[in-house]
Design a protein around this ligand. Structure first.
Ligand code: ATP
Length: 242
């Protein structure tokens, strides 16, 4: 189906199309399609735009990535389907490693996603040969790379499951979560939470990384306060255009 650009839900429908294509290509898991729906509902409440609090968080995320010794971007099926080129660009700009890390892990899906990222310009993607584990998680969900997520000081985990986001924090890592739901366990457990749609958030972070490399200043950031403002604004309908 060709979605006309004049359609009021054009962007949202394009993202759905990308996910369905990703599902057919073996990149997206069935549960990933459902998880996207939860995100869409929250995006509606944000007015489907990057809210000012998400800008602040994206800036804070850029600062953390630039200050890290071993930053890693964790990529799952939905992220790979929605914005493969954008995550590759961010990894290059922030000198971060890319690692495929899946909740519904199969070796085949990991390989397919790695191939997809390579086709979008990635030079190296970790995740095919996990040799380490995240403590506190059951076997398949715990698997990760020793040179990647396991030894990272800063991990960007877009659209992460709450248990794993929490387990990474318990390992002492600084975590950056992108999640449209400010109430999710991932959002609540992160060092920096960017409450924004992932295809909007990733290029934002890249932009701030670039500007900070050229000397733009970073600002103080309080994640708990930022999340509280977002939740208040959603409750009062301050963001919503409907
Ligand atoms: P948690 O386990 O952290 O409490 P959850 O059970 O909702 O949350 P998942 O089912 O893994 O976690 O859902 C993924 C999360 O990603 C959801 O909170 C959803 O709001 C968010 N999400 C889905 N699609 C997007 C997207 N395109 N951009 C940003 N966030 C998204």
């Amino acid at each position: 189906m060709k979605v006309p650009e004049s359609h009021p839900r054009y962007n949202s429908l394009k993202l759905r199309e990308k996910l369905i294509e990703g599902y057919k290509a073996g990149i997206v898991a069935e549960a990933g399609l459902i998880a996207h729906g939860r995100g869409e509902a929250f995006d509606y409440l944000l007015g489907e735009v990057t809210v000012p609090e998400a800008e602040l968080a994206a800036k804070a995320a850029a600062k953390l990535l630039l200050g890290a010794e071993n930053p890693v971007i964790s990529v799952n099926g939905n992220v790979a389907a929605l914005c493969p080129a954008e995550v590759v660009t961010l990894a290059k700009e922030a000198s971060a490693k890319l690692e495929v890390n899946l909740f519904h892990r199969t070796d085949e899906r990991v390989e397919t996603i790695i191939g997809h990222l390579m086709n979008h310009g990635a030079q190296e993607v970790l995740g095919a040969n996990p040799d380490a584990r995240i403590p506190g998680l059951d076997h398949a969900r715990a698997l990760c790379s020793g040179g990647g997520i396991h030894s990272a000081d800063v991990v960007l985990v877009p659209l992460e499951d709450g248990d794993r986001a929490h387990a990474l924090r318990n390992m002492g890592k600084t975590t950056i979560v992108i999640d449209l739901n400010p109430l999710s366990r991932s959002a609540q457990s992160a060092t920096v939470t960017i409450v924004d749609e992932v295809t909007r958030a990733i290029p934002k972070i890249t932009g701030y990384v670039g500007r900070m490399k050229e000397g733009a200043p970073a600002h103080e950031f309080n994640n708990a306060k930022n999340l509280e403002t977002i939740i208040d604004n959603i409750r009062t309908g301050a963001y919503s255009s409907v």
